[in-house]
Design a protein around this ligand. Structure first.
Ligand SMILES: [Fe+2]
Length: 496
């Protein structure tokens, strides 16, 4: 049922004046709709009680009555007007919930104004169509169609949500590059997807489905225009393919990946499985996906800079500790090297290798909290002094604890003096309770400790050290780690 205006009446509920005025202006000037605004949910309820609307747009976070409660209230008082929820990408779960509360659709912020107009148009047309269907074929048919629509929409949101979580899970940009094409293919049913980075006038393909080739020149193709204009482009059937120069047999959608102010890459999709043209919804879905990817890439880049600075600071901190104690100079570096060789020989994954790379450097970081008089004491240590030295594992753990991303390295720092049979410190952890990276580090650490000069004794020989490791395999050390260590260049005595 349409309101007074021929094109339709729209109610916009938002507590931010800037947003509601912009929406209202766009819908009336571009869309030709009659608009009214409400400042929050309660105001919205008053408006729909006194006047009739064809579409309602509502914000979620608002004073007095928020968007979710507004939806509930609409249900209670039996308002049938379709409500579109405006939401941030981060509150995708709220979007799913609002659909369950009866919202008709949702639009993620920052939204495209064209999308607001096209959504309004679509809803009003659909309502007209359903009105006709209901009168000509009975309400059962339209209800079934409505359910199918709703189901499709919910599926779309669930997919977008899971892909959004997948993107968030990629902590390294090379991982995003490698997975971008696959994720886009999950979002749209197409036969060809490519994700490329712009480099020296070429589009270097980082991941692709159905596209052969590693790099394509951009000059003279419509991709060059996409980069110039920083705007997506839909190329039609018959246009020249940027990949092989042939006339294309399906539509081709190219979306620029903008980071900062630069176009950094391009995601393109083509060859729709059902042979149809891209719908506006599909285009916006793909654009939202590329935006999500771009913002994650930017975050990762910032994080990498931050992380590298942090690692440099930690390394210089370790150097300071080692400088205090001339006997352990370069100890952390050597232990890391031995542990890495062992880990590689054991075919550990790249995550575990990275853990050893950082954890190896950091394992004795807690020694910063042990007094020089104890740390450097040449003679016999009292029980109390032994306890103080042992505290370096716990102190080190406390130092890196606030840095959330050092979880697996923390385990190395805390447990590198634990023994395989549970007789170590500080937690008496046993066997596989101790991570494999820590079990490797313990062997490397002991080997280096034995073969270096110490305040209380001179360095032992390589033979002595490997005899000790072998003797203590199964009690102090993981026997499998000892076996592999003895096969590495250092454990095999090549450098002695
Ligand atoms: Fe230690």
């Amino acid at each position: 049922m349409l309101g007074m205006s021929a094109k339709g009446r729209v109610l916009i509920i938002d507590d931010e004046p800037g947003i509601r005025d912009l929406l209202s202006q766009t819908l009336s000037e571009v869309g030709g709709y009659e608009t009214e605004i409400a400042t929050d949910g309660l105001d919205g309820i008053e408006k729909i009680r006194s006047s009739e609307f064809d579409v309602i747009f509502t914000d979620l976070a608002m004073p007095r009555l928020n968007g979710m409660d507004f939806l509930k209230k609409c249900k209670e008082i039996d308002i049938k007007t379709p409500v579109v929820v405006l939401t941030g990408v981060s509150s995708m779960e709220i979007a799913v919930n609002s659909m369950r509360q009866g919202a008709y659709d949702f639009i993620t912020k920052p939204f495209h104004l064209d999308k607001v107009v096209s959504t309004t148009k679509k809803i009003i047309e659909e309502r007209k169509l359903f009105g006709r269907l209901a009168s000509s074929q009975g309400s059962e048919v339209s209800l079934r169609t409505l359910n199918a629509e709703l189901f499709k929409k919910l599926q779309e949101i669930a997919t977008l949500h899971s892909i959004s979580a997948d993107v968030d899970d990629c902590h390294e940009n090379k991982e995003i590059y490698a997975r971008a094409a696959g994720m886009a293919a999950k979002l749209l049913t197409v036969n060809e997807v490519s994700f490329g980075i712009i480099q020296d006038g070429l589009l270097e393909i980082k991941s692709a489905i159905g596209i052969v080739g590693k790099a394509f020149p951009l000059a003279g193709t419509f991709l060059a225009r996409v980069i110039d204009k920083r705007r997506h482009h839909v190329a039609d059937v018959g246009e020249t393919s940027p990949y092989d120069g042939a006339a294309m047999s399906s539509q081709f959608l190219a979306i620029p990946l903008v980071v900062g102010n630069e176009v950094f890459g391009i995601l393109s999709v083509s060859g729709k499985a059902d042979g149809t043209a891209f719908s506006e919804e599909e285009i916006y879905l793909a654009i939202d996906f590329v935006k999500k990817v771009a913002s994650k890439i930017e975050n990762n880049a910032l994080y990498e800079v931050f992380f590298n600075n942090l690692v440099d600071s930690l390394k210089s901190l370790i150097a300071t500790i080692e400088a205090r104690d001339s006997y352990t100079k370069k100890h952390s570096e050597r232990v890391t090297l031995y542990a890495l060789q062992t880990a590689e020989a054991m075919h550990l994954g790249s995550d575990e290798i990275d853990t050893i790379r950082f954890g190896g450097y950091l394992h004795d970081i807690g020694k910063i909290g042990v007094r020089d008089t104890v740390l450097l004491k040449p003679g016999h240590l009292s029980d109390e002094e032994i306890l103080e030295i042992r505290m370096h594992t716990v102190i080190g753990d406390e130092i890196v604890k606030p840095m959330k991303f050092f979880e697996s390295e923390r385990e190395i720092i805390r447990h590198h003096h634990e023994n395989f049979n549970g007789s170590g410190y500080p937690d008496s952890a046993l066997g596989r309770e101790i991570s494999v990276t820590t079990r490797i580090l313990a062997v490397a650490d002991s080997y280096d400790a034995m073969t270096s000069n110490r305040p209380y004794r001179r360095a032992r020989t390589h033979e002595f050290a490997i005899n000790e490791l072998t003797r203590c395999a199964g009690t102090q050390f993981d026997p499998e780690v000892v076996r592999v260590f003895l096969e590495t260049p250092i454990g095999g005595g090549i450098f002695t």
